[in-house]
Design a binder for this molecule. Structure first.
Ligand SMILES: NC(=O)c1ccc[n+]([C@@H]2O[C@H](COP(=O)([O-])OP(=O)(O)OC[C@H]3O[C@@H](n4cnc5c(N)ncnc54)[C@H](OP(=O)(O)O)[C@@H]3O)[C@@H](O)[C@H]2O)c1
Length: 260
C-alpha cells in the first residue's frame, strides 16, 4: 500500500517529533490527511507543521496528567473526529534493573503502558459507536521474549502487544481496526535516549530497519485490519521462532545478545 491509498480521513500521532512517529506524519501529510502531531519538543513539531499545511501541533508530556488529558480531549472532540490514532511515543532504559533510576522507570511505565491505555480508551470510546476507526499501538519485537538489561522496556512492550491483540478481537465486526506494530532495531533517536547507542557497532547493518519503512508497514497493516505488524522478513521469521522455542532458552539467548 502506498501513502496515496491510505483510507484514513484524519489522524493523531504521538511521539511525532522524531523517528518512527515523525516518519508516519510525513507519510500521512504526503497523502494530505489532516494530522495532529503530539510530543514535548515544540520546535520539532512546528518544523513539521511548517512543511505541511495539513499538520497541526499539540505540545504535551504524556507522563503528566495534564498532557494526557489534553490529548485525550483532542481524540474525544466530536467536532473534529480522529479516524486514526497512533500511540507511538515510548522509550527504553538499558542497564541492570537494580542499578537504574527508579523515577525514570516509573516514567517509562507511565508513557509506554498507562498513557497508551488511556489514549486507546479515548480512541475506541469514539470509534466503536461511530462504527469506524483505526488504532495503531507501537510495540516492539522486544515484547516477544525476556530481554535482560531491557527488562522494564520488554515488559511494557509485552503489555502493548497483548493489550492490542485483545482489543483487535474485542472490536472485530464493529468497523474499527486495532493493530500492534512490532518493529525490530530501527535507526532513530531511541538508541541515544535508551542508552543503547553501542548497538550500532554491535549489530550488523542488515538487522537495522529505517523509520520510514517501519512507518509505512504499520500504517499499511492497520489499514488492512491486521492484528500484528512486524516489518522486515528477518523479524517476521524471528517472531515465528520465538513462538516455537522454549521460553527459558529464549531468555538465555536474549541475555547473551544483550551482553554482546
Ligand atoms: N527504534 C527502535 O529500535 C524501536 C524498536 C522497536 C520499537 N520502537 C518503539 O517505537 C516507538 C517510537 O520510537 P522511536 O524509535 O521513533 O524513538 P525516538 O526517535 O526516540 O522517538 C520517540 C518519540 O516519543 C516522544 N516522547 C518521548 N517521551 C514523551 C513524553 N513523555 N510525552 C510525549 N512524547 C514523548 C519523543 O518526543 P519528545 O522528546 O519531543 O517528547 C519522540 O517523538 C517507541 O514506542 C519505541 O519503543 C523503537
Amino acid at each position: 500500500m502506498s501513502a496515496r491509498q491510505f483510507p484514513f480521513k484524519s489522524a493523531l500521532v504521538t511521539g511525532a517529533s522524531s523517528g518512527i512517529g515523525e516518519a508516519m506524519v510525513e507519510l500521512l501529510a504526503s497523502a494530505n490527511i489532516p494530522t495532529v502531531a503530539v510530543a514535548r519538543r515544540r520546535d520539532r513539531l512546528e518544523e513539521l507543521a511548517a512543511r505541511h499545511s495539513c499538520v497541526s501541533v499539540v505540545v504535551a508530556d504524556l507522563t503528566s496528567s495534564r498532557g494526557l488529558s489534553a490529548v485525550a480531549a483532542v481524540i474525544a472532540d466530536t467536532a473534529s473526529p480522529i479516524d486514526l490514532v497512533v500511540n507511538n511515543a515510548g522509550f527504553g532504559t538499558s542497564g541492570r534493573f537494580h542499578e537504574l533510576d527508579g523515577d525514570r522507570l516509573d516514567n517509562e511505565v507511565q508513557l509506554n503502558v498507562a498513557a497508551l491505555t488511556r489514549l486507546s480508551r479515548a480512541a475506541l470510546g469514539m470509534m466503536v459507536p461511530r462504527g469506524r476507526g483505526y488504532l495503531l499501538n507501537v510495540s516492539s519485537v522486544a515484547g516477544f521474549q525476556a530481554a535482560p538489561r531491557l527488562a522494564v522496556y520488554a515488559a511494557t512492550k509485552a503489555y502493548v502487544t497483548s493489550f492490542s491483540e485483545s482489543l483487535h478481537e474485542e472490536v472485530r465486526g464493529t468497523g474499527v481496526h486495532v493493530t500492534a506494530l512490532c518493529p525490530g532495531l530501527t535507526r532513530t533517536e531511541f538508541q541515544s535516549v535508551s542508552n543503547t547507542s553501542d548497538y550500532a557497532a554491535q549489530y550488523p547493518g542488515f538487522v537495522w530497519l529505517e523509520a520510514d519503512e517501519v512507518a509505512l508497514a504499520g500504517l499499511s497493516d492497520v489499514a488492512k485490519g491486521k492484528a500484528l505488524s512486524i516489518p522486515g522478513g528477518l523479524y517476521a521469521g524471528l517472531a515465528v521462532a520465538t513462538g516455537i522455542m522454549p521460553r527459558g532458552i529464549l531468555g538465555r539467548m536474549s541475555g547473551m545478545v544483550q551482553r554482546g
